[in-house]
Every structure is written in structure tokens, then in C-alpha cells.
Design a protein around this ligand. Structure first.
Ligand SMILES: Nc1ncnc2c1ncn2[C@@H]1O[C@H](COP(=O)(O)OP(=O)(O)OP(=O)(O)O)[C@@H](O)[C@H]1O
Length: 295
């Protein structure tokens, strides 16, 4: 478990990136920090591995302040994946993945064996092992970045907009891979994005941030969608528009589900009434219809 307690970060130029931020990040779940540019997401992430130190307050991992840990050892024990992969251009793929293991003292041969296993883990062809980063596509580079982040088998994986710079198709592929990896590896993942769709897809816990990392709302995707805390969140998650604003439409052949533009999104395969009879709701978010999507 990671915990922020009343954390503030003011940079030397006076910029207050984070103001009195508190949050519990549960172990073995994915927590997504989502907010617009400059809301302090990266600063929060970097305070976990001490790449940035708080001005006041505490960041704890399993009850121990990160400030009591050796910063280098701490950084090597936490996986970190950046937007532009952050690979070393003059290192081959295999050497990039093996870097942390080598720094931790693993002999070269063993580090390479483990690095090759990691290429499999992230779905990369072994044939790419001896290439340089510039000889890979953006999506492949991000996979190498993830493999490198996982190399030391960290309990915690920090991911800073890791799929921000790849095209939408590859992005969807990488998101699905991350969901698969998370099911297999069971890490504590802290993921930063400004994309609410990505947050809803990947997050067990979503934290919506405004300027200076003010927490506007936190909860599961269901919590947030069913009860947006205010107009800012409702607008941010698009609860009232597009494919999230769904209506039932009766047709001669059955009930359709249409979006805000009237486009068919799916069919109703079980009526809400029979669903409710079978499973009385405990919370508003459980009142849902079983829809077969059109695409
Ligand atoms: N080293 C620094 N010195 C001064 N100000 C900084 C520094 N790093 C970040 N900031 C400022 O702190 C604020 C938060 O930055 P941060 O990078 O954490 O936001 P972010 O939400 O991750 O943004 P983005 O989505 O654009 O990456 C911004 O106003 C930024 O300009």
C-alpha cells in the first residue's frame, strides 16, 4: 500500500504543483491519476520513487516513509515506465531491459536470460532483442519500456502516460496487454493519463485531479460514472453525452440502446425489470442493462 499524507510540493520557482494531497493507493490494484495538463500527476508519481521530494507531508510505502529509504535502492526497486519509453538509444533492446538487473549486480548472462523472458511477457518477438530503439516502432518501444520496468520484479509499477505517444490502434492493443499483464503479475500499478477513457478501462481506483492535484473525485469507474461529484467531473467523464448517454428506443423488432446522437449502440437482451427482479440493486450503479454492443 502506498499512502500520501497531506503532501505539498512547491518548486523553487514558487509553482505549487501539489497542495495538501492525501490518498491511499491499495496494493495489487491499478490506481489511475487522471487530470488535465499541469494538474500535478507526474509530480505525484515521482514523489513515490523520490525523483521529486515533497516540500511537506509524507509519502509512505507499507507504512514506511520513502524519505527513510536509500533513493537509489528505492528507484531500482520500483518499476517506472515513461511516455517516450526513455530507452537508452545506444543500448540494444536486450541491454535496455537488462539495465536494472545489471545495476543490481545480476551477472550479464543471467540478466539476459531474464530479459529474454520479459520480452515474451510483454509480447515482443525475440528477434528484436539485438535491435536498437530507433529500429523499433513506437508501440514496440513502449513494450520494451514496460519490460524494463518489470525487470527487477518490482511490487510497484509507476506508469506515466506510457501509451500517450502511440497511434490509437496500437494504444488499444497496449491497454489490453496491460490488463492481461496485471491479471498475471498482480502488481500495484499507479498509472497517469489525461485520457478518461483509458482511466475507465484500466483503473480499479480512479482519482480525478484539478490544478495543484486537488482531488475532485475518487472511486471506481462505476462510482464516478453513476454519481459524478460535480459539473466538472460530469463534463470530464462525458456522462451526459456521446456513448455514455444511452437511451432505450423501442422499435417494432425489439428495444435498442442508442447514444446521445441517436446512433444504435446495442440491443437489450434482458429487460431492466426482469434484471431487477432477479438482482435487487444495492447501489445505483448496479441498475444496468445487459446490452449487446453494435460493434
Ligand atoms: N521542476 C519544476 N519546476 C517548476 N515547476 C514545475 C516543475 N515540474 C513541474 N512543474 C510545474 O508543476 C505543475 C504540475 O506539473 P506536472 O508535470 O506534475 O503535471 P501533469 O499533470 O503531469 O502535467 P502533464 O499532463 O502535462 O504531464 C505544472 O504547473 C508544472 O509546470
Amino acid at each position: 500500500m502506498i499512502e500520501f499524507r497531506s503532501v505539498t510540493k512547491t518548486f523553487p520557482d514558487g509553482t505549487c504543483a501539489v497542495d495538501d494531497f492525501s490518498l491511499v493507493i491499495p496494493a495489487r490494484k491499478t490506481t489511475v491519476l487522471v487530470g488535465s495538463s499541469g494538474s500535478g500527476k507526474t509530480t505525484l508519481l515521482r514523489m513515490i520513487n523520490r525523483m521529486v521530494e515533497p516540500t511537506s507531508g509524507a509519502v509512505e510505502i507499507d507504512g514506511e516513509s520513502v524519505l527513510d529509504k536509500d533513493p537509489v535502492a528505492l528507484r531500482r526497486s520500483i518499476g517506472y515506465v515513461m511516455q517516450n519509453s526513455g530507452l537508452m538509444p545506444h543500448f540494444t533492446v536486450i541491454d535496455n531491459v537488462a539495465t536494472v538487473l545489471r545495476l543490481n549486480g545480476t551477472p550479464r548472462r543471467d540478466a539476459h536470460v531474464r530479459a529474454r523472458e520479459l520480452l515474451d511477457t510483454v509480447g515482443l518477438d525475440q528477434a528484436l532483442a539485438d535491435r536498437y530503439p530507433s529500429q523499433l516502432s513506437g508501440g514496440q518501444q513502449q513494450r520494451v519500456g514496460v519490460a524494463r520496468g518489470l525487470a527487477a520484479d518490482p511490487n510497484i509499477l509507476l506508469m506515466d502516460e506510457p501509451f500517450g505517444a502511440v497511434d490509437p490502434i496500437v494504444r488499444t492493443e497496449l491497454q489490453q496487454e496491460l490488463l492481461r499483464l496485471q491479471r498475471e503479475l498482480d502488481k500495484t500499478v499507479v498509472f497517469v493519463t489525461h485520457d478518461i477513457e483509458e482511466a475507465f478501462l484500466l483503473g480499479d481506483q480512479i482519482v480525478i485531479l484539478d490544478k495543484s492535484a486537488r482531488v475532485v473525485q475518487k472511486g471506481s469507474p462505476e462510482d464516478i460514472l453513476s454519481a459524478p461529484a460535480d459539473d466538472f467531473v460530469a463534463a470530464f467523464v462525458g456522462a451526459d453525452r456521446g456513448k455514455r448517454a444511452l437511451h432505450l428506443k423501442q422499435t417494432p423488432h425489439g428495444t435498442l440502446i442508442v447514444d446521445a446522437d441517436g446512433r444504435a449502440q446495442g440491443t437489450l437482451v434482458q429487460s431492466p425489470a426482469s434484471l431487477l427482479d432477479a438482482h435487487p440493486p444495492r447501489a445505483a450503479d448496479e441498475v444496468s442493462v445487459d446490452a449487446r454492443t453494435a460493434d
